[in-house]
Design a protein around this ligand. Structure first.
Ligand code: SAM
Length: 212
């Protein structure tokens, strides 16, 4: 008998995962992390985060998703990462997955997820309390077809980084704001400041506003 549900949240001994009716599954995993770590500080995400001052102790990731970027940053830079995820389902995967992976890898244990909206979390933080604020909104991303991205898309908050979110990001960021967009996606038209530094990946662009 079919329940009619499109997704199933499974808490298993190995890990929590979200399964689709078509048999896809999605969970927090360090999928491409090993490969990315080979690029060390040459990786465009790390170049974007480090800038010229090359100092990131505290990173705020307003759009955690499945924390691939957060785990990458923590693993290369050894920084503390505090992040928000607006979707309760994705947050539940993050809570289980980061705790599981963090038991084997102490640097991943430095990523601390919070359930909630980036803007509200940033608004509660003091000026300059993080070195870098990073944002990776869904709206600018191509409709990829990997099972885990399809699950992410089904539950994710799907909004642009608007002017008020970017404003709060800059207030909290002591060194820089990094906005990750799909390759070719335009910057938000109402962005309250410029992103003059650009680090390019193969399918994404990291737009960087470095504070003077
Ligand atoms: C493109 S994904 C981020 C992927 C992530 N960078 C990674 O490496 O796995 C965007 C995620 O941010 C979440 N999100 C989008 N806007 C948000 C907001 N304003 N506050 C909190 N979470 C948000 C979405 O629910 C989605 O899971």
């Amino acid at each position: 008998m079919s329940s009619g549900a499109s997704h199933l949240y499974v808490a298993a001994r190995a890990h929590d995962e979200v399964r689709t009716a078509e048999g896809g599954a999605c969970f927090v995993q360090p999928s491409l992390l090993k490969m990315k770590l080979q690029d060390a500080e040459r990786h465009p995400l790390i170049r974007a985060l480090l800038g010229d001052d090359r100092h990131v102790e505290r990173l705020f990731d307003g759009t955690l998703g499945l924390a691939a970027d957060a785990m990458h940053a923590a693993s290369v830079l050894g920084c503390e990462v505090v992040g928000t995820e607006a979707s309760p389902v994705l947050f539940s995967l993050l809570e289980e997955g980061l705790a599981r992976l963090g038991r084997a890898e102490p640097l991943i244990a430095r990523v601390r997820p919070q359930l909630g909206e980036a803007q509200a979390a940033l608004a509660a933080l003091p000026d300059g309390s993080f070195d870098v604020v990073m944002l990776d909104p869904m709206m600018s991303r191509p409709k990829r077809s990997t099972p885990s991205f399809a699950v992410l898309r089904a539950f994710a908050k799907d909004e642009r980084a608007d002017a008020s979110l970017l404003h709060e990001a800059l207030r909290v960021a002591r060194r820089r704001v990094v906005l990750k967009l799909g390759k070719g996606a335009p910057l938000p038209p109402d962005a309250p400041y410029g992103f003059p530094r650009v680090e390019r990946g193969s399918s994404v662009t990291y737009w960087v506003h470095d504070r003077a």
